[in-house]
Write a protein that binds this ligand. Structure first.
Ligand code: GDP
Ligand code: IMO
Ligand code: MG
Length: 423
């Protein structure tokens, strides 16, 4: 058996949580491969809404194992709160979740370093979620990090104290006030909570599932344009959000990957700083934000909004080897008279179809193609045949431009509001 990968093609929040939840019944295993509590994955069914941060989005399905892979960074306190919420709902979390021993821990001092470095950047700040993601991955790459497996070591406290002292020393170079004690006390309770879970050697476990004919769905966090190598650097996150991250974040070989589902919104959003060529700072942008409820699932910050950008989308499809596209949130534009899609960029007056090295707002003028709106409520449509002509026209244009079929159309936050197409 092989691994199917599902990931975001824009700047995150494409609807990954919802789509993983829809697909999960087909997979005995769902595995998160990177990111940490910077992620906010929303799921909705039966009038209930859930936001997951570290826990994979297959958690609500009986019979699905949820693996937190080695590529993930875990804040034990945030994770404990998430588990508490799930257990209150009656979800048997310890039964359904296994955690890779090689996943790294986010320390309380990582959070403080994240906040101090962001504060020192002033206008250049990344707009980080301030969950300590960047500093935790820095320690991982710098070979200083603490891993989940370390919590069982008799010298864990010693290792923790050493790394914390290094962090506090580093923090002296910032003019930044902080209090670590309160968070730290709860963090250690979170460490005890982690011990309730099965801690696994993720690579062996995942490969063993595949050998035993069990299909695995690898769930990405963030989006391709936030990837540390291929995103709009430096306004990115610190992990490999693209398909290759599923290999390094779970311990699977590239030839074990089968389908790659690329999810994109019918428009674009971005939370935090950084370039966004098709951003709309007008009433249309405001309409996308208010109708689409575009406020961060993790931080509550308003998301920036703009038209769909095919230049960026094609780039993401190329880097990930996307085999099937999933479009979400087109229903948000139900009332729009006209809908635009950027097909190329004009950079310094010259038209180009490739994403430039240095994506800088102001220098890029998107070239748009306009479509007539469908002017119908799509949120209750369940059959493809019932979709309006104008909408299908829009879908077919994207398929033709990208050369990739759209196999799922999401028309609302609920798991039931999903059309699966034969492609
Ligand atoms: P993720 O991080 O990719 O899982 O996405 P988020 O959960 O952060 O953001 C997506 C938001 O859109 C959530 O509030 C979802 O409930 C909602 N959503 C997902 N798909 C659709 C859709 O097709 N239509 C509408 N209107 N909302 C959707
Ligand atoms: P999901 O999985 C949207 C953004 C932050 C910031 C930048 C770096 O829900 O799609 P970080 O905290 O990682 O150092 O922040 O990345 N960011 C996200 N934006 N969705 C996410 O996750 C994000 N995770 C990080 O806003 O601009
Ligand atoms: Mg999100």
């Amino acid at each position: 058996m092989k691994v199917d990968v599902i990931l975001g093609l824009q700047w995150g929040d494409e609807g990954k949580g919802k789509i993983v939840d829809v697909l999960a019944p087909k997979y005995p295993v769902v595995a998160r491969f990177q990111g940490g509590p910077n992620a906010g994955h929303s799921l909705q069914f039966g009038n209930q809404k859930f936001v997951l941060h570290t826990v994979p989005s297959g958690i609500f399905h009986h019979g699905t194992k949820n693996i937190i892979g080695n590529g993930v960074v875990i804040d034990p306190l945030i994770f404990a709160k998430e588990i508490e919420g799930l257990e209150q709902l009656g979800v048997p979390a310890t039964e359904r979740i296994s955690i890779a021993q090689k996943a790294h821990l986010i320390l309380p001092s990582h959070r403080i370093i994240d906040a101090a470095t962001e504060a020192s950047k002033g206008k250049q700040k990344i707009g980080s979620t301030l969950k300590g993601i960047g500093p935790a991955y820095v320690d991982k790459a710098g070979r200083n990090g603490l891993r989940v497996g370390d919590i069982l070591s008799p010298s864990f406290l010693e290792k923790y104290t050493y790394l914390k002292s290094k962090h506090l020393e580093f923090l002296q170079s910032f003019d930044y006030e902080y209090n670590i004690e309160d968070y730290e006390a709860q963090w250690f309770k979170g460490i005890e909570n982690l011990k309730r879970f099965e801690l696994i050697d993720g690579a062996f476990v995942v490969n063993n599932y595949l050998q035993n004919s069990k299909k695995v769905l690898a769930e990405g966090a963030q989006g391709s344009l936030l990837d540390v190598d291929f995103g709009t650097y430096p306004f990115v996150t610190s992990s490999t959000t693209i398909c290759a991250g599923a290999c390094t974040g779970l311990g699977i070989a590239p030839n074990k990957i089968d389908k790659v589902y690329g999810i994109f919104k019918a428009y674009c959003t971005r939370v935090g700083s950084g370039p966004f060529p098709t951003e709309l700072q007008d009433t249309t942008g405001e309409a996308l934000r208010s109708i689409g409820n575009e406020f961060g699932a993790t931080t509550g910050r308003p998301r920036r909004t703009g038209w769909l950008d095919l230049v960026a989308l094609k780039y993401s499809i190329m880097i990930n080897g996307v085999s099937e596209l999933v479009i979400t949130k087109a229903d948000v534009m139900d009332s729009f008279d006209r809908i635009k899609i950027a097909t190329t960029y004009k950079v310094n007056g010259k038209e180009q179809s490739l994403l430039p090295y240095d994506v800088q707002d102001g220098q890029i003028e998107p070239v748009y193609r306009e479509f007539a709106g469908w002017k119908r409520d799509l949120s209750a449509v369940v059959r493809e045949e019932e979709l309006p002509f104008e909408f299908m026209n829009y879908i077919r244009f994207i398929e033709k431009e990208t050369g990739v079929p759209i196999s799922m159309i999401s028309l609302g936050p609920d798991r039931a509001q999903t059309i699966i197409r034969q492609v």
